[in-house]
Design a protein around this ligand. Structure first.
Ligand code: G3P
Ligand code: CA
Length: 228
């Protein structure tokens, strides 16, 4: 089973920072999951929310700040006395280059559809020569369809957390890998995806017993905050 650090090793380090990514990669994780968004000056940055309010000492939308402006804020959410800046996707890719590490890049377009973010993300990963170690995922169907039209060989995972039957049908119809929230998965459901030659990569699994059940049932990847 593959174990990816959700926003890095976010149980112990500020989420979506190089600190959290390095801790996961140099620790017991096989790689990391992270969230890609776009700044005002078209830089690909890694942050979960569309605003910086929760995770930094700044305010406002990511899309309304330039990267240099964002660099002035401390993204040390939950961890006092730590200095952490917002990472560029390029920094994470450079750090992982040549390492046996899997990256799950979530294109965060379910609330804001950043123009061209799919092509930009693809181009950067391709330029770095890292397409083989990246899973692309999104809650936003259009982003996955755009990525597929850019390169039909990409590893694409459809994220969903509600409307199970409707979303399952979409997964099967488009032949995306299943990136469902784990609560929907039972042995039969997992079998069903496997029968269609689709991987099941699920989140956010922070419990050892649930992890063991999913492993036994054939889940390929868990995305977890914890070193379980
Ligand atoms: O990739 C799984 C997970 O990251 C999706 O949920 O809200 O943490 O981005 P969220
Ligand atoms: Ca995510």
């Amino acid at each position: 089973m593959i174990k990816l650090g959700h926003r890095g090793y976010s149980d112990k380090y500020p989420e979506n920072t190089m600190m959290a990514f390095k801790a996961a990669i140099n620790g017991n994780f096989d790689g990391v999951e992270t969230d890609v968004q776009l700044t005002k000056d078209n830089q690909l940055v890694l942050i979960h929310d569309e605003t910086i309010n929760r995770t930094s000492n700044g305010r406002g939308y990511v899309k309304d700040h330039t990267y240099q402006e964002l660099c002035k804020f401390n993204f040390n959410y939950r961890f006092k006395n730590v200095e952490a800046k917002i990472p560029l996707l390029a920094e994470l890719l450079d750090y992982c280059y040549g390492k046996d590490v899997i990256l799950n890049l979530e294109i965060k377009t379910d609330k804001i559809q950043y123009p061209n973010i799919e092509q930009m993300t693809y181009d950067l990963v391709k330029e770095k020569g890292m397409l083989k170690q990246v899973m692309f995922s999104s809650f936003h169907l259009d982003s996955l369809l755009k990525l597929r039209s850019i390169d039909p060989d990409l590893y694409l995972g459809y994220l969903f957390e509600d409307d199970y039957q409707k979303n399952k049908e979409l997964v099967l119809k488009h032949h995306f890998h299943c990136h469902s929230k784990y609560v929907f998965l039972n042995e039969q459901e997992i079998k069903d995806y496997l029968k269609h030659h689709l991987d099941v990569n699920t989140w956010t699994v922070n419990d050892e017993e649930i992890k063991d059940f999913l492993l036994e049932a054939g889940v390929k990847t868990i995305i977890t905050n914890k070193d379980i």
